[in-house]
Design a protein around this ligand. Structure first.
Ligand SMILES: Nc1ncnc2c1ncn2[C@@H]1O[C@H](COP(=O)(O)OP(=O)(O)OP(=O)(O)O)[C@@H](O)[C@H]1O
Ligand SMILES: [Mg+2]
Length: 443
């Protein structure tokens, strides 16, 4: 029976000590109290303690240090950690330093009882439990077909995708570069009911104008010089599935006219053929141009714009949905941690704070690249010192015309730093100032 065992409780918060003491007395334990690590060490040395329960964050020496000390000098005493503001790092550190179990405040008497029993039974915290602690502590990561987020925009996006995925409505995705347009197009297709059919991507900006028509619609043998045999186009290849017209804003007017016909008639004709072929394909297009603006300038056909824009999805820049940043960081840490064999690589709260403050002009793509780079360069923990300077200093925002000279100067320095990959020697050289001055000007 677990009767009259001596339990040492360590917490710098007297209320918590009282509460724990009452709770433990009610469970028939004998308690010792300490409000600091040094006090606790004194008690450990003289008393015959059967279990150590300690808080982690305390002024002076902290709970981890106490556990390490106790492990060295009193390896047989089981250790149980309780703490208020847990992070993945502290939880894992506590377990690594020898704590048998880990309780997060607030906890119920029942949970405390269970943890004490486990500790007395010498039940080490299991791997499964560590994973469970980790996932509980990590910020909520919603993942929908690889799209990660935790913002209102993310919720709305998932709702729209759910609505369109099973029908063939034409979708236009507009937004800044790196905001996940292609990812969304794929999610619509692969979550949908005809995902077993093809998803064909056409990069309208990468195909030369003279080849675009033959690529999209195919050609018959002998249709033009070099057409030695007939070939199907990307539209025919996507029949039954989805065709993704990426960077649609760069499609030349001649191709726009042909696309409009496909949309109106739902059929395609190979070059050199008289026979139209019915196709059943969902069209998703994406662009980082302002298509509406282009229609006003006459560079994009207005009728095509309205045909493409049946369902409109606008991807917000990352700086306007900051709640997505932490789940994204945690996802990329996992992804690249696994890729580079650094699964245990963590990031400090301060470093996360800096990354959250940045304006991310390159959006999610930029964030992903930075995390990848940080993982490659770090040993186990990414801290503030690892983060490139151009990310550390906030871009001054606001009306350019009403900026102070100092802000404009700072802004320019950051741009140069960004352009030279944070190489301060190079930046100083371009700016014709020395490195010390460069540092000072950034403060
Ligand atoms: N919400 C998200 N969750 C996870 N990864 C994301 C998210 N948004 C973007 N990414 C990742 O960021 C990168 C850029 O995304 P994507 O290629 O879809 O952007 P894009 O809007 O098509 O950019 P561009 O206009 O430059 O083509 C990809 O590696 C993608 O996986
Ligand atoms: Mg893209």
């Amino acid at each position: 029976m677990l009767k009259k065992e001596n339990i040492l409780i360590v917490d710098d918060n007297y209320d918590m000590l009282e509460l724990l003491q009452r709770n433990l007395k009610a469970q028939n334990f004998h308690t010792y109290k300490a409000s600091s690590v040094l006090e606790a060490i004194d008690i450990l040395k003289v008393g015959s303690i059967d279990l150590l329960i300690t808080d982690l964050q305390m002024p002076g020496l902290n709970g981890i240090e106490l556990i390490k000390f106790a492990n060295e000098h009193f390896p047989d005493i089981p250790k149980l950690v309780i703490t208020g503001f847990p992070s993945v790092d502290t939880a894992v550190n506590a377990v690594k330093s020898g704590a048998l179990d880990y309780l997060v405040k607030p906890f119920t008497s029942e949970e405390l009882k269970k943890a004490i029993q486990n500790s007395f039974n010498g039940k080490n915290i299991s791997k499964k439990k560590i994973t469970q602690i980790k996932s509980n502590l990590e910020n909520k990561v919603n993942n929908y077909a690889g799209i990660v987020g935790n913002s209102e925009q993310f919720e709305n996006l998932v709702e729209v995708i759910e609505r369109v995925k099973n029908n063939k409505a034409t979708v236009l995705i507009q937004g800044e570069s790196g905001t996940g347009k292609e990812l969304i197009a794929r999610a619509i297709h692969f979550k949908g009911s005809f995902s077993s059919n093809a998803f064909v991507t056409v990069n309208c900006g990468a195909i030369p104008e003279n080849l675009m028509e033959s690529e999209l619609f195919g050609y018959e043998k002998g249709a033009f010089t070099g057409a030695n045999e007939s070939k199907i186009g990307l539209f025919q290849a996507a029949d039954g599935g989805t065709i993704f017209l990426d960077e649609i804003g760069t499609a030349p007017l001649s191709v726009q006219t042909r696309l409009l016909r496909v949309l109106q008639e739902k059929e395609v004709t190979k070059i050199g053929s008289q026979k139209a072929q019915k196709i059943d394909v969902r069209i998703i297009s994406a662009t980082n141009n302002d298509l509406y603006e282009m229609t006003k300038k006459g560079t994009f056909r207005e009728d095509l714009y309205y045909r493409l824009n049946v369902v409109s999805i606008e991807t917000k820049p990352l700086r306007e949905r900051k709640n997505d940043i932490i789940p994204l960081i945690s996802t990329f840490l996992k992804k690249y941690g696994a890729e580079y064999g650094k699964e245990n690589c963590t990031i400090t709260d301060k470093a996360v704070e800096i990354l959250t403050r940045h304006s991310w002009p390159g959006n999610v793509r930029e964030l992903e690249n930075i995390i990848q780079r940080l993982i490659i360069m770090s040993d186990s923990e990414i801290d503030v010192s690892d983060i490139p300077d151009f990310l550390k200093y906030q871009h001054p925002t606001g009306n350019d015309n009403l900026k102070s000279l100092k802000d404009i100067e700072k802004d320019h320095i950051l741009k140069v730093l960004h352009a030279v990959g944070d190489n301060k020697t190079k930046a100083a050289e371009i700016l014709q100032i020395d490195r010390k001055t460069l540092r000072q000007k950034l403060l």
